[in-house]
Design a protein around this ligand. Structure first.
Ligand code: GS8
Length: 218
């Protein structure tokens, strides 16, 4: 098992990837259990996350922690011997949480509407996604990482989605116009904790194709 930690996960899922990256950054050993989200969820998942029935779930010493951003904060608080993931300054910590919430609600949710929907009817969403990525790019500015010199919480929140950019572009018939964000994504990919876990673009495209077929939008 390793460090009393089990991760219920789905390899292509952006949210589980956040947790794997955080665990790798902290050097935590864990047992990985892959969930079959397309067919049947395991009894363990339903028991550990009865409210949302979603992955990721981190089980630490038998107790579940749900919701990826909450899990990343938990990891940061429990494994304190390595560099912190959240900024130490309260204002910067609040900013990191604000933008991580923005990633979930203004990037992921808008992108998901596009890649699961009838793209030609979603012109407003396609524009919004491009604009929202520009907003987060503005917050990055010229810093190497969102928190400054060190890779941290907001980088972890956004980087799993970076691998989806090319699929968002092709499926969504849009062009992501954020060169600094792309450079940041490539910089993050140079870290082993990131490159080891992000799925390849071909698998993402195939997954999206399967979902779109299932929803009858293609
Ligand atoms: C989202 C988890 C989620 O959507 C978080 O952990 O941050 N806000 C949550 N998980 C997906 C898989 S990744 O796309 C999931 O478990 N889906 C199964 C379902 O919706 O039934």
């Amino acid at each position: 098992m390793g460090d009393g930690v089990v991760l219920l996960d789905f390899s292509l899922g952006m949210f589980g990837n956040r947790v794997k990256i955080a665990l790798a950054e902290k050097g935590v050993n864990y047992e990985h259990k892959e969930e079959d989200l397309i067919n049947t969820k395991s009894a363990l998942l339903l028991q550990m996350n009865p409210v949302h029935r979603k992955i990721p779930v981190l089980i630490h010493n038998g107790k579940p922690i749900c919701e990826s951003l909450i899990i990343v904060e938990y990891i940061d608080e429990v494994w304190k011997d390595k560099a912190p993931l959240l900024p130490t300054d309260p204002y910067h910590r609040a900013q990191a949480r604000f933008w991580a919430d923005f990633v979930d609600h203004k990037v992921h949710e808008v992108a998901k509407k596009i890649w699961t929907g009838k793209v030609d009817e979603l012109e407003a969403e396609r524009k919004e996604l491009v604009e929202n990525l520009k907003l987060i790019e503005e917050f990055l500015g010229d810093k190497p990482y969102f928190g400054g010199e060190a890779f941290g919480f907001l980088d972890i929140a956004l980087i799993p989605f970076y691998r989806w950019f090319s699929t968002w572009e092709t499926v969504g018939k849009l062009k992501i116009d954020s060169p600094k964000l792309i450079a940041w994504g490539e910089r993050c990919l140079q870290r082993e904790s990131v490159s080891k876990f992000l799925p390849n673009e071909k698998d993402i495209r195939e997954f999206v194709h399967t979902v779109r077929k299932k929803f009858g939008v293609d």
